[in-house]
Ligand binder design. Structure first.
Ligand code: ZN
Length: 658
């Protein structure tokens, strides 16, 4: 074929476009093509999205003794890991995460982040990472010194003899590392405050990687995109200077050794109080009477059961307050905040414990009862990071900002601390699900004191999420939600890991399934997978089964792809030209996404009538015609009258009768 001169070719195309009816990109066979959920169903994971009859996961119990030395900003510790192999096969090796190795100049995280468009510049202040001083492993009663293979943020331990199914290995490690200084630490680190340094300590001991039925060892390196960890019981002790306060995950086991009697009494009072009680107030921070000793060190001992991790904050600069958390079934927990004097005040951290308490109570009521004895909010360097039983929030946060970050970070105790998904691979099961539950927590907090959840994570322009998601859907460079977390460019992190999945669940709840069906299915998913390791397919199957719908078209269009939706109201006319016989409405689908939708008809007398059109209407057709059973003259017809759907062109949704 001969090619036309370019100008002519363009002219031909332009006239063809002008003459043709609006082109539809919708293809029902693509939109409704079968979705093969992988992996295949087996004895470990069931077709209904629940753990199968032979579901297993391995277990890691930890005993940690660590010393925090503020003079050198270092942690020196020993950890004993009791690792139980519940898998059906023998293990030749064990893998550990050493996430502190991110902070070395040559780490994969250091070298890969700088090259990602939209990434912030690499902060400096490298450390040597986590140094393993000695490693011993005990299998079958025989203890052997081993030299692990360290590869970036992972370490492989080759076992002297394989670890048989249903047996246990003990790993004993001596280690040390230098705590990174803000801002390089990101999720962990230290910073200066008026009355001394504040430490937010996490990823602070060698942690077992997950060995599961899907991949065996999940050894993705830490490039700074969160975690996937085994559950177990933790017994940990932190030795600090005598004038330090330690606020950690779990229950403080030796309050009488580390707190003077007055603070013990105040803590006891806080356990009975819905109002925040000061344990150490602003005026007491530098007062010697608030510590039992002023020389030497003290060891703070904590215990936490059935958790995937523990973290802690430490400082001599802390103001400390607490209040009771009331849980369903008469259970109680304790909300506590620690922060420096410069963060105090009712417009700032003075309300942190109230925010923490109310959020924990709300999520417990709505989805799953908070399982831990304490919830801590620490003001520090991380500016918004979650661990089981403790969150690190921004030291300068105030008012609404502090509320929303507190609700979000403690919300992570449901995803992924209780429902232990793989955050490093599937950010939407972490950030997206948490953002979704936060939306309704905002509505409920103090009768809507801070209004609707609108922030950098969800509808950042402050408007209708259904409108604000559209630029993300139309951007051809946007990755799909299912994309691996490390492959998502920074500028798309909030839109794709938080906003789109959260709004997707809102669509499911409010437009597709209805609140009751959605809540039943979602709660069922949370309960079935609490303290376990669900994968995306387990979630999709769970929701299909809980709701009793095949939602493949939605998972495929919204989570696996970025399909756009454009419904056009093509026309409306009376049946047989008689207003008494109903209104015949024609709607065309112009894009690849399908959705159920509402059509609203306004009568000449102002009355309104609505009809819900199911998604099945799109199974075979690009254009659908249906009758709204009206009996009088009509003044207006509109599809999606509440602007609830992410319809990329609302200009073609309405029709006014003359
Ligand atoms: Zn988050």
């Amino acid at each position: 074929m001969k090619s036309l001169p370019r100008a002519l070719a363009l002219a031909v195309l332009a006239s063809a476009a002008a003459a043709a009816p609006p082109a539809s990109k919708y293809n029902p066979r693509e939109t409704f093509a079968p979705l093969d959920l992988a992996p295949a169903v087996n004895r470990y994971r069931s077709g209904d999205g629940t753990p199968g009859p032979d579901y297993w996961q391995n277990r890691a119990d930890y005993t940690i003794n660590a010393r925090l030395d503020p003079a050198s900003h270092s942690i020196t510790g020993t950890v004993r890991i009791g690792y139980t192999n519940n898998s059906p096969g023998a293990l030749d090796v064990l893998w550990l995460h050493l996430e502190q190795n991110l902070y070395t100049p040559e780490s994969r995280g250091t070298l890969s982040q700088g090259g990602r468009p939209g990434s912030p510049p690499i902060p400096r202040g490298f450390t040597q990472g986590m140094i393993l001083d000695s490693v011993e492993v005990t299998v079958g009663g025989v203890t052997t010194a081993v030299k692990p293979l360290v590869s970036d943020t992972r370490a492989q331990i080759r076992l002297p003899v394989p670890l048989a199914p249903a047996s246990q290995a003990q790993v004993d490690i001596r280690y040390h590392y230098t705590v990174p200084k803000e801002p390089w630490g990101g999720r962990t680190g230290w910073m200066d405050s008026q009355n001394g340094p504040i430490y937010s300590i996490a990823q602070w001991y060698p942690r077992m990687a997950v060995y599961d039925d899907l991949r065996g060892w999940d050894t993705l390196p830490y490039l700074q995109q969160e975690f996937y960890l085994e559950y177990g019981d933790f017994d940990y002790s932190v030795t600090v200077p005598g004038n330090y306060i330690v606020a950690g995950s779990g229950e403080l086991a030796n309050a009488s050794e580390v707190l003077p009697p007055l603070q013990q009494q105040r803590l006891a009072a806080a356990r009975q109080s819905d109002k925040t009680i000061m344990i150490r107030d602003v005026n007491e921070v530098n007062s010697p009477s608030t510590r039992p000793t002023h020389s030497g060190t003290l060891t703070w001992h904590f215990k936490m059961n059935n958790t995937r991790d523990v973290a802690f904050g430490a400082s001599k600069a802390y103001v400390w307050d607490a209040a009771r958390i009331n849980l369903p079934g008469g259970k109680k927990s304790l909300a506590m905040s620690v922060y420096p004097v410069e963060s105090a005040g009712n417009d700032a951290w003075g309300r942190a414990t109230e925010y923490l308490k109310k959020s924990t109570e709300y999520f417990s009521e709505k989805w799953f009862v908070y399982p831990y004895p304490v919830a801590v909010n620490e003001a520090g360097t991380a500016g918004g990071m979650e661990y089981p039983g403790i969150v690190f929030d921004g030291i300068t946060d105030k008012g609404k900002e502090l509320y929303l970050v507190t609700a979000h970070e403690i919300g992570h105790n449901w995803f992924p601390m209780i429902v232990g998904s793989n955050e490093r691979r599937y950010a939407f099961m972490d950030e997206g699900f948490n953002t979704f539950i936060d939306i309704y927590a905002h509505d409920a907090f103090n009768n809507g004191e801070f209004g609707k959840k609108r922030d950098s994570e969800y509808a950042p322009g402050g408007g209708n999420p259904a409108d604000e998601i559209i630029p993300t859907i139309l951007d051809p460079d946007v990755p799909a939600i299912i994309t691996a977390a490390d492959a998502v460019p920074e500028k798309y992190r909030h839109p794709i890991e938080y906003f789109k999945p959260a709004f997707g669940l809102v669509l499911l709840r409010e437009q597709i399934l209805g609140n009751d069906r959605f809540d039943y299915a979602f709660r069922n998913y949370v309960h079935k997978w609490a303290f376990k390791h669900p994968q995306p397919d387990d979630f999709f199957r769970s929701m299909d089964n809980g709701a009793g719908e095949d939602l493949s078209w939605f998972w495929k269009g919204w989570f696996y792809n970025n399909l756009a939706l454009d419904l056009e109201l093509v026309g409306a006319e009376y049946e047989k030209n008689d207003p008494k016989q109903g209104l015949k409405v024609t709607v065309m689908n112009l894009e690849a996404m399908a959705m159920p939708f509402t059509v609203e008809v306004t009568m000449k007398d102002g009355g309104k009538q609505r009809l819900q059109v199911p998604v099945e209407a799109w199974l075979q057709n690009k254009i659908i015609i249906f009758t709204v059973p009206t009996t009088q003259e009509v003044s207006r017809v509109v599809i999606d009258p509440d602007n609830a759907l992410p319809d990329i062109n609302r200009g073609n949704n309405g029709f006014v009768f003359k």
